[in-house]
Design a protein around this ligand. Structure first.
Ligand SMILES: Cc1cc2nc3c(=O)[nH]c(=O)nc-3n(C[C@H](O)[C@H](O)[C@H](O)COP(=O)(O)OP(=O)(O)OC[C@H]3O[C@@H](n4cnc5c(N)ncnc54)[C@H](O)[C@@H]3O)c2cc1C
Length: 139
């Protein structure tokens, strides 16, 4: 294990009776209503369910191509209202990370709320532009 924080986590889990295995996983199969983890060495470990912690990455290069500023871990940086660093371009959900949020928060309810907020902000921006009025708040 390369990082001391990872070692500490393994120790913490071990102290709670959770076995930590670092063997390479070849695949995961469904097995009698549950799952089976098949290790590269061929061993099959049956479990009722599996929790996964996927690494998020952009499915599309669109935001980067448009010149949107990205966070260090590859999310589209947005304001609390979903505004990216490019005027008129908004983003929400797993692809985006509101400023001040130091970690990814991938949940349906959060993605939906961010999408609704971005839609309101975008609608407002378009209306103000059509009226030729400067944004009094500066979203
Ligand atoms: C295994 C797993 C389990 C999860 N369990 C939960 C849970 O229990 N509760 C919970 O709240 N959240 C859960 N989540 C997280 C939740 O699914 C996401 O936070 C949520 O779906 C994010 O919504 P989104 O609209 O931002 O992205 P998505 O739901 O990923 O939607 C993005 C859409 O864009 C489409 N797309 C991608 N690229 C392109 C392209 N180039 N052109 C056109 N379309 C494109 C994709 O096909 C997709 O339909 C889970 C996620 C995973 C992976």
């Amino acid at each position: 294990m390369p990082h001391s924080s990872t070692r500490r986590l393994a120790h913490l889990l071990g102290s709670r009776g959770v076995q930590v295995r670092e063997d390479e996983i070849a695949r995961v199969e469904s097995a009698d209503g549950g799952v089976a983890v098949v290790f590269a060495g061929g061993e099959r470990l049956r479990r009722r369910a599996l929790f996964v912690h996927p690494t998020l990455r952009q499915a599309s290069p669109l935001a980067e191509r448009l010149g949107c500023a990205m966070t260090e871990d590859g999310a589209i940086g947005v304001s609390a209202f979903g505004q990216t660093s490019v005027t008129g371009v908004y983003a929400a959900g797993d692809a985006a990370r509101p400023e001040g949020l130091p970690f990814p928060a991938a949940q349906v309810v959060i993605a939906a709320a961010q999408g609704a907020t971005a839609a309101i902000a975008l609608d407002r921006e378009l209306l103000l532009a059509e009226l030729g009025v400067a944004d009094p708040v500066g979203v």
